[in-house]
Ligand binder design. Sequence first.
Ligand SMILES: CCCCCCCC/C=C\CCCCCCCC(=O)SCCNC(=O)CCNC(=O)[C@H](O)C(C)(C)COP(=O)(O)OP(=O)(O)OC[C@H]1O[C@@H](n2cnc3c(N)ncnc32)[C@H](O)[C@@H]1OP(=O)(O)O
Ligand SMILES: CCCCCCCCCCCCCCCC(=O)OC[C@@H](O)COP(=O)(O)O
Length: 247
Amino acid sequence: VNFALRIGFYYVLCIVCSGLTAPVCLLVNGGRTVKNMRIIKTVVKSFKYFFGLRFEVKGLENFEVEGPAIIVSNHQSILDMMGLMEVLPDGCVQVGKKELMYAGTVGLITYLGGVIFINRKSTTSAKMVMAEVAKTMIADNVKVWVYPEGTRNCTGDLLPFKKGAFHLAVQAQVPVIPVVYSSFTTFYNPKKNLFTSGKIKVEVLPPIETKGLTSDNVSDLTDRCYNIMRETLFRLSGRPGEGKDSS
Ligand SMILES: CCCCCCCC/C=C\CCCCCCCC(=O)SCCNC(=O)CCNC(=O)[C@H](O)C(C)(C)COP(=O)(O)OP(=O)(O)OC[C@H]1O[C@@H](n2cnc3c(N)ncnc32)[C@H](O)[C@@H]1OP(=O)(O)O
Ligand SMILES: CCCCCCCCCCCCCCCC(=O)OC[C@@H](O)COP(=O)(O)O
């Protein structure tokens, strides 16, 4: 019951705050633009206090690259949105599934914030959207945040990475900046109805350059990023199954 209440409250908070923030975004910036993320970020950063969540962030200086970049991070839960806004640099949009656009006021606020919507069921159309993004991120000087696992995963480990983010980085010849959030499993587990207060360690890792790489190098780049992020995840939170009577 406690779990349902807390998650329910989170949903209500998201829906209500989106409804209140959308008109502010429209008044201040006039429509769909990444500038709205600053406003959204300010609102969302207050959410953590309602749930007793603390963030310990390291490596923010790694975001200070000149020009655009692709930021990749692990995706555990709908709560990630709080962790995202906690560190989000200016001028950065996210790639999200298109279903988000239809989530009422939340859909409206993601639209206004400039979120790039992709259809995950159609690789062809997703690739076309991403190719377009590769061009506009240079022209508009924006960073793009992608969850390369492509879906939520709260097991304490990483799913294999999809390659879209890395194709994007190579096509635009911009660095990849990995961001890792420690595992939520100690305080959040929907299967066990667990959602208590907790601490989340966040590490922004040094940028990985892609200058001179071609599409042939994408697989290697993906693997390299995956390995660095998995090591970091385990360092921040311990290996999955650790502390339990596993083999
Ligand atoms: C004020 C209060 C407010 C409160 C409310 C909150 C509001 C907050 C506001 C704002 C926050 C917004 C938060 C948003 C969060 C959203 C989170 C999500 O929705 S996560 C799900 C969607 N995201 C992804 O899925 C991205 C990652 N996925 C990819 O990049 C994939 O790669 C994708 C979709 C492009 C294709 O997926 P495939 O399943 O087909 O898998 P593959 O293996 O990557 O691709 C298949 C083949 O195509 C090639 N390929 C892929 N992309 C290519 C490309 N661009 N060019 C050429 N080839 C490509 C690959 O190399 C692969 O080929 P070979 O196996 O290597 O031969
Ligand atoms: C009229 C309908 C009203 C519906 C209201 C929905 C309110 C949702 C509030 C939660 C907002 C959090 C946004 C974070 C986005 C997010 O983290 O999405 C998760 C998906 O990317 C991952 O895809 P998947 O795991 O494959 O479903």
